[in-house]
Design a protein around this ligand. Structure first.
Ligand code: GLA
Ligand code: ZN
Length: 673
């Protein structure tokens, strides 16, 4: 059995992507000296090195990598070794131009950037298998090797290829999945617009079409493209397992990046030995630390609650957004340690030394262009010491309070063409509910809709458009047995083929919610409705309304305006031992706060009103103890009630009563017990 933690690493991981091939070897000596100064324990190497390792077909140059791994080993730095299969060398593309992917419009990408790969291409697969084999043979038992890093960020920037090899591969995938072409016709509803297929050979990828493409076809193509990338991951992983037994194999995910919408991480989480994630702050005007917390929670959930590893984030600004602000003083440490609070066994960065050339030279790094007499470097060294001080938390697990249901496949389906409103976005609802829970200081686990959620007092379903009958039964049983469920509009509408469930909306949720929905009535841009209750509650909503007919549920709030005026907007249904809430419109932050407040009462989740906004409190617990992480994202000093006294690990101070967390600081208390 492969190990599930980096081999030979006895501390938390701290370090980053190390690309020494961009520098003369004389710089390497300085690198390792500085790595030790900063407390670096592990680096990722070789991710983009294929062209150097195999300069011409079948000719290998491992000398520099031998010297590098030996140097790192001598200095006690563990290595996360990449297979370089995300960028084949130019000679490979000269020989196999058809390995370059093709867009839905039929345009073939060119060499000269990165990640231009058709994952169905047989020559690419063979070449990737060969270079992986050579690396595993050479370094599979190298004493510096801690883990294998396959490829890089599957799914971005190219999420699917539409070439002829992919078309042939898609037909084989359909034949295996469906058996007969008539089963495909039935699943996709090809009777509509006369799209019936007589044989598999007539079916193509969903290429450019004049109007909306068949949604079943488009959804299956997402599944096919995801499964094809996973086939290639498995191929490399199995080679590594065979030739480098026991060493864990991972590939870096991007669980919460909304641009990365092509990877079903529930499925991928089951394939890796250790879940790893990359996270970058998205500067879109929202609170970046909330998206960060969500990414970390989603990653931990994909890992089934087990410890995971943050493989990349940034010391300061990135360079691929339209505007790339630097991080404020202390922000890097808050970011890194929030990931740790939420289950990461360390913090690594892209990248160690900032490049002078190439596309990412303006991306921050651990060693900036300005060298070591810089704020970033001083903060890196300080963070290294903090990570070192937290070593004893290894193996502990983050405790969650509530579950949010999330499903990449439902997101794909939701984003297909011709939906009731372009203003409704599934990810936006997931973000909004997450943020409302974050502001109530509740720690969130994400769960697949068919997963066992019985241990959570509260389960939230933000716009889960695609939902199976099995998921509906799961949630019904959850409520009957005493759970509290909150469901947002446009959930439970279609099955796995994007076919509307039989009977009234919301098919598999009708019984648990005690209602039906007769029609959707989205609002126009800027249009708002008021939602009111008999106790004087008045909330504001936009984007979406619908005509709800209670069939057992009680009306809690009613539409005061719009086409749905007088009809229920928010309902509550007692079923068995539990309660199911339904919200049929898009509430803003205040409205979601009110709704979740009432649902929390049903769930008997005690309020945490004593914690100030943007002071994040999370616990990790395990054999070595229970650790309370407090992250103060505000500019004011804060106090966090401890309950039990303990020892603060970053300062070494004793802490009791109300823990002082200075403005912008992080504190980690091992609670006595
Ligand atoms: C990704 C990649 C890295 C680098 C960073 C920059 O995470 O894996 O190689 O490009 O983005 O933010
Ligand atoms: Zn292709």
């Amino acid at each position: 059995m492969p190990e599930t933690t980096p081999r030979g690493l006895t501390r938390l991981a701290f370090g980053g992507d190390y690309n020494p091939e961009q520098w003369p070897e004389s710089v390497w000596q300085e690198d390792v000296r500085l790595m030790r100064e900063a407390g670096v324990t592990m680096v990722s190497v070789g991710i983009f090195s294929w062209a150097l390792l195999e300069p011409s077909p079948g000719t290998y140059d491992f000398g520099w990598l031998d010297r590098l791994l030996d140097l790192l080993h001598v200095h006690g730095i563990r290595v996360d070794l990449g297979t370089p299969t995300v960028v084949p060398p130019v000679w490979f593309y000269r020989a196999h131009p058809e390995a370059l992917p093709v867009t839905a419009e039929g345009v073939r990408y060119e060499f000269g950037s990165r990640a231009a790969i058709c994952h169905s291409n047989a020559d690419y697969r063979a070449a990737a298998a060969t270079i992986t084999t050579r690396l595993a043979e050479r370094y599979g038992d190298h004493p510096a090797l801690a883990m294998w890093h396959v490829h890089n960020e599957y799914g971005v920037p190219v999420s699917a290829c539409y070439c002829d090899s992919c078309a042939a591969h898609f037909r084989r995938w359909l034949a295996t999945t469906y058996g007969t072409v008539d089963a495909v016709n039935a699943a996709w509803g090809t009777a509509f617009w006369g799209q019936r297929y007589a044989g598999f050979e007539d079916i193509n990828p969903p290429r450019l079409t004049p109007a909306a493409v068949n949604p079943g076809q488009a959804l299956d193509y997402k599944r096919f493209a995801d499964a094809t990338m996973r086939e290639n991951f498995r191929m490399e992983r199995d080679i590594l397992h065979r030739l480098s037994p026991g060493v864990p194999v991972t590939t870096n995910f991007m669980t919460a990046l909304s641009q990365c919408d092509s990877v079903d991480y529930w499925a991928w989480g089951r394939e890796v030995d250790l879940v790893t994630n990359d996270h970058y702050l998205i500067t879109d005007g929202r609170r970046t630390h909330v998206n960060l917390a969500m990414a970390a929670d989603l990653t931990r959930s994909v890992a089934g609650g087990a410890p995971w590893l943050l493989l990349e984030h940034s010391t300061s600004g990135v360079n691929w957004q339209p505007r790339n602000p630097a991080k404020a003083p202390g922000q890097m440490a808050r970011n890194s340690l929030t990931h740790v609070a939420r289950g990461s066994e360390g913090a690594l960065f892209f990248q160690w030394r900032q490049s002078r050339r190439g596309a990412e030279k303006f991306h921050s790094a651990m060693v900036p262009h300005g060298g070591t007499d810089t704020r970033v470097w001083r903060e890196v060294v300080e963070l290294g010491a903090s990570v070192e001080a937290l070593g004893e938390i290894r193996g502990t697990r983050t405790e969650a309070d509530v579950a949010v249901l999330w499903d990449w496949q439902s997101w794909w389906a939701q984003n297909l063409d011709w939906r009731p409103s372009v203003d409704h976005e599934a990810r936006e609802r997931a973000d909004a509910f997450y943020e409302a829970l974050y502001d109530r200081h509740l720690t969130v686990d994400f769960a697949h809709p068919e997963a066992d959620v019985s241990r959570y007092p509260l389960v939230v379903v933000p716009a889960l458009y695609l939902m199976t009958e099995a998921a509906g039964r799961n949630l019904t049983a959850y409520v009957e047995n005493g759970g509290t469920l909150v469901v947002s509009y446009f959930s439970g509408i279609v099955d796995e083929h994007d076919a509307v469930h039989e009977g009234a909306y919301p098919g598999p949720l009708r019984d648990v919610l005690g209602l039906t929905v007769e029609e959707f009535s989205p609002l126009l841009p800027g249009e708002r409705v008021r939602v009111t209750g008999p106790d004087g509650t008045e909330l504001s909503a936009d984007v979406w309304t619908e005509f709800v007919v209670p069939r057992g549920a009680d009306t809690v709030l009613t539409y005061a305006d719009g086409l749905a005026a007088g009809l229920p907007a928010v309902t509550r249904h007692r079923l068995g031992e539990g309660t199911a809430w339904y919200v049929s419109t898009r509430l803003g932050a205040d409205g979601l706060g009110t709704l979740l407040g009432r649902a929390s009462e049903d769930a008997q989740l005690a309020p945490r009103a004593d914690l100030p906004r943007d002071v994040e409190v999370v616990r990790r617990t395990g054999e070595s103890g229970t650790y309370l992480f407090a992250v103060n994202h505000t500019g004011s000093d804060a106090k966090v009630p401890l309950g039990v006294p303990g020892t603060e690990l970053l300062t070494g101070d004793r802490a009791a009563g109300r823990l002082a967390v200075p403005a912008g600081a992080v504190r980690v208390v091992r609670l006595d017990g």
